[in-house]
Design a protein around this ligand. Structure first.
Ligand SMILES: O=P(O)(O)OC[C@H]1O[C@H](OP(=O)(O)OP(=O)(O)O)[C@H](O)[C@@H]1O
Ligand SMILES: O=c1cc[nH]c(=O)[nH]1
Ligand SMILES: [Mg+2]
Length: 209
C-alpha cells in the first residue's frame, strides 16, 4: 500500500486557496497567500516528526517539555517552491534548505534540471520536497529521484494543488513518500495545466507572466 495522500480540509486553507486561484490576484497578494497556506500545510506535513524530552526552567519550576529531534531539510523546487520554503523556514528556522532547479519543458512536459544545491551526503532525518503544483508529476518524481541518491531516510512531498494524474504518477514512482496537499483538483488540460488550478505558480509569484 502506498503512503497516504492527505488533502487539507482546514477552513483557513480553503478560504485562502480561493483568493490564490483568482486570476485577479496580483503577485504581492499571491506570494502572501502562498506563504500563509504553506505555513498551515507545514503543520500538517510535520505532524509525525520525532520529539525528544528537553528540560525547561519556567518562572515557577523545572519541568520536562518536548522538542523536535528530527533534523529537517527543505527542498524547494525552483522557482515556484521558493515561497513555500520561506514560510516553512519561519515555522522551523533550524531547517536547512537544498535548492533544486527544475523547469518543465513546455513542448515535452518533461522536467529539466538546471541547478542542484543538494549536499552529497546530507546528515538529515527528514526532507520535505516543496512544489506548489503537482501536474503530470514529472517534476516531483525527478526531485525525489535526485533526493534519494543522497540517502535521506524519510521524504515527504508538500504541494498546494495537484491533479489526480500527478498524484497517481508520484505514488507509482515513489510509493514510500507521503503527500500533503491543500487541494486535489479535477484534471489536467491538453497542455498539462491543472484545472481549475491557478495558472503558472512561478509566473504568478514573480510577475513573469
Ligand atoms: O508536475 P509537472 O507536470 O512536472 O509540473 C509541475 C511543475 O511545473 C511548475 O514549474 P515550472 O516548470 O513552471 O517552473 P517555474 O517554477 O520556474 O515556473 C511547477 O512549479 C512544477 O515544478
Ligand atoms: O497548472 C500548472 C501546471 C504546471 N505548473 C504550474 O505552475 N501550473
Ligand atoms: Mg512555471
Amino acid at each position: 500500500m502506498p503512503a497516504p495522500v492527505s488533502v487539507s480540509t482546514h477552513p483557513l486553507i480553503q478560504h485562502k486557496l480561493a483568493r490564490l486561484r483568482a486570476a485577479a490576484t496580483k503577485p504581492p497578494e499571491f506570494r502572501a497567500l502562498v506563504a500563509a497556506i504553506s505555513h498551515g500545510l507545514f503543520f500538517e506535513a510535520t505532524r509525525d516528526l520525532r520529539l525528544a524530552p528537553i528540560g525547561v526552567e519556567t518562572p515557577l519550576t523545572q519541568t520536562t517539555c518536548q522538542h523536535i529531534a528530527d533534523r529537517v531539510g527543505l527542498v524547494p523546487v525552483l522557482r515556484a517552491g521558493l515561497g513555500m520554503a520561506e514560510a516553512m523556514l519561519e515555522a522551523l528556522p533550524e531547517a536547512v534548505v537544498w535548492h533544486l532547479g527544475l523547469y518543465r519543458d513546455h513542448a515535452t512536459l518533461k522536467p529539466v534540471t538546471y541547478y542542484n544545491k543538494m549536499p552529497p551526503k546530507p546528515d538529515m532525518d527528514v526532507a520535505l520536497v516543496l512544489d506548489p503544483m503537482l501536474a503530470t508529476g514529472g517534476s516531483a518524481i525527478a526531485a525525489i529521484d535526485i533526493l534519494k541518491t543522497t540517502g535521506t531516510p524519510r521524504i515527504i512531498f508538500a504541494g498546494l494543488i495537484a491533479a489526480p494524474e500527478g498524484v497517481a504518477a508520484l505514488q507509482a514512482a515513489h510509493p514510500d513518500v507521503p503527500v500533503f496537499l491543500a487541494a486535489l483538483d479535477s484534471r489536467l488540460n491538453e497542455v498539462g495545466y491543472i484545472v481549475p488550478g491557478l495558472g503558472d505558480a512561478g509566473d504568478r509569484q514573480f510577475g513573469t507572466a
